[in-house]
Design a protein around this ligand. Structure first.
Ligand code: PGA
Length: 249
């Protein structure tokens, strides 16, 4: 019912030359994927990634987008700049943005609205820190992040939005949430979406990925969980062999 979606998040990795090598390797390896395949790449790699993936089943995403149309926002990139390059998806509110660059629930919402207004498909990240999990605040945190991210967003946009549940303590640490932990928290997020948009929409339309050290060894078990609709993959997306194994789980 909900089509799985596996997205790579390259973060600040890969020059244009490295992008060319990785994407060229990847194209035949994921050509028969049953899941939607996305690679979210640094701004400088976008043009090359779009050029190479034209006519393939790989979709290209950016890693952030500003909410304004244009103006005095040094270092930022607007939605229409991304659209002009042929970008389809955009990661919004990744925990690294929240942790290191002052991203808030409110800016996540503003970026999401700007992305949608230009036809980009947001991948909205939510997730608790280790401290929050240990303080039994996981539910409170992911519910708040979800409700705030979706403020003023119409139900008919939901087919174009992906949510990524990424427990911060599992990102880049090699420590995966157990499939039950991931499934339980994603259920909380889906229930939150059901309160906002109704049971049917939450059940049939809203796709929720898991992210945090997902790799070829654990993807099968995670994807077998009923609530998990895909993955947002960091480290393992930087090696064609590994990412293709995740995609073809
Ligand atoms: P990881 O990163 O797979 O390296 O843990 C996931 C992410 O941050 O999106």
């Amino acid at each position: 019912m909900r089509k799985p979606i596996i997205a790579g998040n390259w973060k600040m990795n890969n020059t244009i030359a490295e992008t060319e090598k990785l994407v060229t390797e990847l194209i035949p390896m994921v050509a028969d994927a049953k899941a939607d395949v996305v690679i979210c790449v640094p701004y400088t790699s976008i043009a090359k990634a779009v050029e190479l993936t034209k006519g393939t089943n790989i979709h290209v995403g950016a890693e952030n987008v500003h909410w304004a149309e244009k103006g005095a926002f040094t270092g930022e990139i607007s939605a229409n700049m991304l659209v002009e390059l042929g970008v389809e998806y955009v990661v919004i509110g990744h925990s690294e943005r929240r942790q290191y660059f002052g991203e808030t629930d409110q800016t996540v919402n503003m970026r999401t609205k700007a992305a949608l207004a230009h036809g980009l498909k947001p991948i909205i990240c939510v997730g608790e820190t280790l401290e929050e999990r240990e303080g039994n605040l996981t539910e409170e945190v992911v519910v708040r992040q979800t409700v705030e991210a979706f403020k003023d967003i119409d139900a008919n946009e939901l087919a174009n939005i992906v949510i990524a549940y990424e427990p911060v303590w599992a990102i880049g640490t090699g420590k995966t949430a157990t499939s039950e932990q991931a499934n339980d928290t994603i259920k909380i997020i889906r229930d939150t979406m059901a309160k906002l948009y109704g049971d049917k929409t939450a059940e049939e339309v809203v796709r929720i990925q898991y992210g945090g050290s997902m790799n070829p060894a654990n993807v099968k078990e995670l994807m077998a969980m009923p609530e998990i609709d895909g993955g947002l993959i960091g480290g393992a997306s930087l090696v064609a062999e590994k990412f293709s194994q995740v995609v073809n789980y």
